[in-house]
Design a protein. Structure first.
Length: 579
């Protein structure tokens, strides 16, 4: 009997709550898998509902509609085995994987480990599973588990592979992206495969969902821990792989660890494998498949792709056809405009220049050059008259107080008001342009440059902004973002001769301090014990802590680091603790 089984990994982009379109896409990929002569086709975690559905899970009608939607998948499955994520309802609800065979749901696996850290909150919604089932198809034994289950070195994988003798483990995931995670996650999968002498079939979600972006990188790893197939990053893909499970038995003969692990189970045995009747295929398949092994991207390209996909999906999944950006002639707005054009096309991006009496001629010229290079519409709305009217109205109420940051912020709020007016009038989504460095220390204006619908570079440090801008030019083969924008010192241009360096440390100094405090949770003392001056570190930490109220009122933005503001790093606004 043949020990080769053809598996198809369906790396798809779903939308939370779009049950009908999600199922239509699942069925489309099932049909494509049939055309490839697949034995098994698998889909990401909660593919029916989209991930993460959050408090939609508290609506009984949503649970029922998701179960009804699964019936359409069942009816379309036909002659192949389908593994698909959905929400199961019994005495409680479960993050589940349906195993569909011969047009019937033969079993349902319930996720055992529910993550409740970082951006995850699954204990809020789901009950955890207890079973570790194994299935037999055409002489091949396989197990199924879900996302977090594979991050633990023990059960359920140990039960499935050691006690149940599963030769293949299918892990369906919705594992969100951040820098440095992709390679580390795959190393972990390789370790699980090698330690259990089993093939790992990892199918991951792709696309953007609010602040999260999913990178895909679905993969098949053999029993020796070697990657034999990998889907590309940030794009939908049907990955076809032939797995010869005869190698698993041969490898296990040479691995004494399995015998010792089985002996340590004190006579416990896995449940009897669930038999899946072999069906005749409707289409004869080719003898072998040519498995793709997509390369990992370099870090800057990886982040660029994450930002593009996150921006595209946020706009399109929320029904926005066009976006509008306030373009100042600075590096941040230039990068956001370039990302938006890459995501949505130049015809769907509108730039707005809002010069004041403090705007340099260079910045105005740079704005015009950038928009011309990108091929986007530029609207110019000077703010000097509006600003003068504000000052005239407020003169008596300011009581002769000297001009300060108040007047600077009025200009930023005028610009935010104008962008929101255009948004209201034409239905455009306002993309804000503040980066993580500025957002961390409050170097932004509430209801000013923070006003908008989506913060594209909210989790991107200033130094990374420059790297991304340079990458954009290298990728395009020309200076799409003008070199002058890359060279000139950063400035808000809200008062004469203003520079960011007047208020903040150089970004080359500030960004490492922020990473240490915000992302790595190091103490002030630990950060200052290195190369940084203690008083400087204390000042930066005070700025971060005192500006939580601003960040809480800002728009959502794309998470690309291990610790992002918003769903991830959550501190109280009213907080009297200091180190």
């Amino acid at each position: 009997m043949s020990k080769t089984i053809r598996v198809v990994l369906s790396q798809i982009n779903t939308c939370v709550g779009a049950l009908e379109s999600n199922v239509s896409k699942i069925i489309e990929y099932i049909d494509a898998a049939k055309a490839q002569g697949a034995d098994i086709v698998c889909f990401p975690e909660l593919a029916v509902t989209g991930y993460p559905p959050e408090d939609l899970l508290l609506k009984p009608s949503f649970i029922e509609d998701n179960i009804k939607a699964l019936q359409r998948v069942k009816e379309a499955s036909g002659s192949i085995t389908v593994i698909v994520g959905f929400v199961d309802k019994q005495e409680d609800i479960y993050n589940a994987a349906a195993v569909i065979h011969n047009g019937e749901i033969v079993d349902v696996y319930h996720k055992r480990y529910l993550p409740n850290y970082s951006v995850f909150d699954e204990n809020r919604y789901f009950q955890c599973g207890m079973r570790s089932p194994v299935y037999r198809l055409n002489g091949t034994l396989f197990g199924v588990n879900i996302c977090e289950d594979v991050w633990y070195p023990g059960d359920p994988i140990r039960e499935q592979a050691v006690l149940g003798n599963a030769e293949i483990i299918f892990n369906i995931s919705s594992s969100p992206y951040y820098v440095s995670k992709v390679a580390a996650r795959e190393r972990m999968l390789c370790t699980r495969a090698r330690d259990n002498s089993t093939f790992m079939v990892f199918t991951n979600l792709v696309g953007g969902q609010d602040e999260l972006v999913f990178d895909g990188h679905s993969a098949v790893i053999d029993e020796r821990g070697e990657v034999v197939a990998r889907a590309p990053a940030f794009e939908e893909k049907l990955l076809v792989v032939d797995i010869n499970t005869r190698r698993v038995f041969r490898t296990r003969l040479h691995d004494p660890r399995r015998r010792k692990e089985r002996a340590a189970q004190d006579g416990l045995a896995a449940a009897e494998p669930i038999a899946l009747e072999l069906l005749k295929k409707g289409k004869r398949r080719a003898n072998t498949s040519q498995s793709e092994l997509a390369p990992f991207l370099k870090e800057t390209e990886e982040v660029w792709r994450a930002l593009v996909v996150g921006t595209r999906d946020y706009a399109q999944k929320n029904g926005f056809e066009r976006v509008v950006i306030g373009i100042s002639g600075g590096i941040d707005s230039a990068l956001v405009a370039a990302i938006a054009v890459e995501a949505l096309g130049a015809g769907n991006v509108v730039g707005v220049s809002m010069p004041s009496q403090y705007s340099s001629k260079g910045s105005v010229d740079d704005t015009e050059a950038l928009c011309a290079n990108l091929g986007i519409t530029i609207n110019t709305i000077p703010v000097e008259k509006i600003f003068s009217a504000y000052l005239e109205m407020l003169t008596d109420h300011f009581g002769g107080a000297e001009p300060d940051v108040t007047e600077e912020n009025i200009q930023a709020r005028i610009r935010g008001n104008l962008l929101m007016a255009l948004s209201n009038k034409f239905g455009w989504l306002v993309l804000t342009t503040a980066n993580k460095s500025e957002t961390s220390v409050g170097y932004t204006t509430l209801y000013g440059d923070m006003a908008g619908g989506f913060a594209v570079i909210k989790d991107v440090s200033k130094t990374l902004v420059y790297r991304l801008a340079k990458y954009c030019n290298e990728m395009k083969g020309e200076a799409v973002i003008p070199e002058e924008i890359l060279r000139k010192p950063p400035s808000a241009e809200l008062r004469p001769a203003q520079l960011d360096a007047d208020t903040l440390p150089p970004y080359e100094v500030l960004d490492p301090i922020l990473k240490a405090y915000v992302e790595d949770d190091l103490s002030t003392e630990e950060i200052a014990s290195g190369e940084f001056d203690a008083s400087l570190v204390e000042g930066v930490v005070r700025m971060v802590d005192s500006n939580e109220y601003k960040r809480r009122q800002g728009p959502p933005g794309i998470k690309i680091t291990a610790r992002a503001f918003g769903k991830d790093r959550r501190f109280p606004i009213t907080n009297r603790y200091s180190e």
